[in-house]
Design a protein around this ligand. Structure first.
Ligand code: NAP
Ligand code: MG
Length: 520
């Protein structure tokens, strides 16, 4: 198979009236499909369990998006065994064959892009533009990993043995059956990326979607079925992470766990996976991409308007619910008041409401759980700083999980809202004495995912490149919006295992190398 070079999927521009009309039609079409039931799929068989999980639209929380059957431990066991059974043959299929499913799936997703966008709008509360970015990234992951699988299947360079008549080779083989556990915030892109990377490398998976966004997951799974992915290679297992997650992770036939989500759950999975279960033949591999406390630093040489625009876009896009979202702006004292004013002015203009119509900048937060947790942090913020924008109740808070974009100024570097991941539209502003102080503050949390630095000082930019300890650093631009193979993504410290999703090393996490010497 010869594939043209990888290119990032372009984003549809919804200020173009034709695109806006088409998107509105897609939302209406998907709205007519709300409320349906989705079943577990193990080995291609649909299984009804009767234990229904209801997914609601966070923009209008009385609206049911769908109902999804949840697995018990017994079905989880069946899914892991099935994946192991399917691995027996799938591991020996060619990389070209496996890659062909991803390419077909991405083509199909491209054809149905607006429909996938609409599901993201209605189940995850994404604005049209954010939904478009999520779907485009899912397409990118599939296109990119298909190409990477072909690359890793090529013959690997070795030094030949000094012994005569010995021929040496090294090649990559898959690991086995793994559990794929995505979060709700990129319910299509991260889910599709993690699941298809594992599968294209020759592994089989049990896909356990987030309980907040199981319908989008079901739609993705149906898409993989529609392109003919053999039964058992991917199994669809909605279930409660709290109740069935430990069983899946601890299962002796689980070879790896690919997780993206919170630090608490990631560390718990890592610990549990390290314990050997009776009958287990391997050390489980854990890839865990976790939370962040992402900081934008602004010094006195920066273009302050651009800095303010970058802070606002990074902090409040998708209501701050990106692992890359800016949740702290650290500003040197001589320009602190100016930046504060510019950020506040822009933030006050943001519109928050039902994302369905495509008319608002951002929508609600994802769930009651998020709403309660963020609201609590806003109360803490009132103690720890000065509310400059937001902080009150949104006028539609009795219809959807809406929270006003909120800015808390004059926050101390070690305050709770400066240290803990909030994962909502809450931005802390911190005054630093100078650049050195700002850099120290930027590095003072347990996380290390993304960060940005606005400056026109070459010396300081070079220092930031060395000393600002984050997996994804951006200079003079916002800290969100990573693109596949342009900004391979993953963080340091408690932000995870730095897997660099969408990067050229990513598939190695799902492979192991075999070295063969043959004497002729
Ligand atoms: P979460 O609460 O940790 O949940 C993530 C997934 O883990 C869900 O599917 C959840 O299932 C499952 N889970 C929960 N307990 C489990 C257990 N004991 N065993 C196995 N699985 C279990 O995170 P979230 O709220 O969905 O996502 C937000 C978090 O993800 C934030 O911290 C954000 O920073 C992080 N994130 C990181 C990245 C990155 O690349 N570093 C990207 C996106 C998001 P249930 O839904 O059924 O509970
Ligand atoms: Mg929901």
């Amino acid at each position: 198979m010869h594939l043209p070079p990888f290119k990032n999927e372009p984003f549809l521009d919804f200020t173009d009236e034709r695109n806006a009309v088409a998107m509105a039609a897609a939302v209406a079409k998907v709205e007519a499909e709300l409320g349906r039931e989705y079943l577990l799929v193990i080995n291609g068989e649909r299984i009804q369990t009767g234990d229904l999980l209801t997914s609601y639209n966070p923009s209008a929380f009385k609206q049911v998006v769908g109902r999804v059957h949840r697995a018990t431990q017994e079905q989880a066991d069946q899914a892991v065994r099935t994946a192991n059974e399917a691995f027996k043959t799938w591991q020996y299929t060619s990389a070209e064959h496996r890659a062909s499913y991803l390419v077909k799936a991405s083509a199909e997703m491209r054809r149905r892009k607006l429909e996938f966008n609409a599901w993201l709008v209605l189940e995850a509360g994404k604005s049209w533009a954010e939904a478009e970015a999520d779907t485009a990234e899912a397409i990118d992951f599939m296109e990119f990993y298909a190409r990477q699988a072909l690359r890793f299947a090529e013959s690997q360079p070795l030094t030949q043995s000094p012994l005569q008549d010995e021929v040496n080779e090294a090649f990559y083989i898959p690991l086995g059956a793994g559990i794929v556990i995505p979060p709700w915030n990129f319910p299509l892109a991260i889910l599709a990326g993690m699941a298809t990377a594992a599968v294209v490398a020759g592994n089989t998976v049990v896909l356990k979607p987030s309980s907040d966004t199981p319908v989008i997951a079901a739609k993705f799974f149906e898409l993989m079925e529609s392109v003919g992915l053999p039964p058992g290679v991917m199994n669809f297992l909605p279930c409660s992470g709290g109740q069935v997650g430990d069983f899946l992770v601890a299962h002796p036939q689980t070879r790896f766990i690919s997780f993206t989500g919170s630090m608490e759950v990631g560390l718990h999975i890592n610990e549990l996976a390290a314990k050997t279960s009776p009958g287990q033949l391997w050390i489980k591999r854990v890839v865990a991409e976790m939370g962040g406390k992402d900081t934008i630093v602004v010094d006195e040489t920066a273009n302050l308007d651009e800095a303010a625009a970058g802070i606002v876009a990074s902090a409040f896009g998708y209501s701050g619910q990106k692992c890359s979202a800016c949740s702290r702006a650290v500003i040197v004292s001589s320009v602190y008041d100016q930046v504060l004013e510019k950020v506040a002015e822009r933030t006050a203009q943001l519109t928050v409401g039902d994302v369905k119509t495509g008319k608002v900048f951002t929508g609600p937060v994802a769930s009651k759980k998020q709403f309660d947790s963020i609201s609590n942090y806003i109360e803490i913020g009132k103690q720890e700083g000065r509310i400059v924008v937001g902080g009150g109740q949104h006028e539609l808070a009795n219809e959807g999980w809406y929270i006003q974009p909120t800015i808390v100024a004059d926050v101390a570097p070690k305050a709770r809202i400066s240290q803990e991941e909030i994962f909502g539209p809450v931005l802390a502003l911190i005054k630093a004495e100078n650049f050195d102080d700002a850099l120290n503050i930027a590095n003072n949390t347990q996380f290390g995912l993304t960060g940005a630095f606005y400056s026109n000082s070459r010396i300081r930019i070079d220092r930031a490149k060395r000393e600002f300890h984050v997996g994804n650093l951006y200079i003079n631009r916002k800290c969100t919006g990573a693109l596949v193979d342009v900004h391979p993504f993953g963080g340091f410290n408690m932000s995870g295992t730095d897997s660099k999703a969408g990067g050229r090393d990513y598939l190695l996490l799902f492979l192991q190398a075999k070295s063969v010497a043959e004497k002729y």
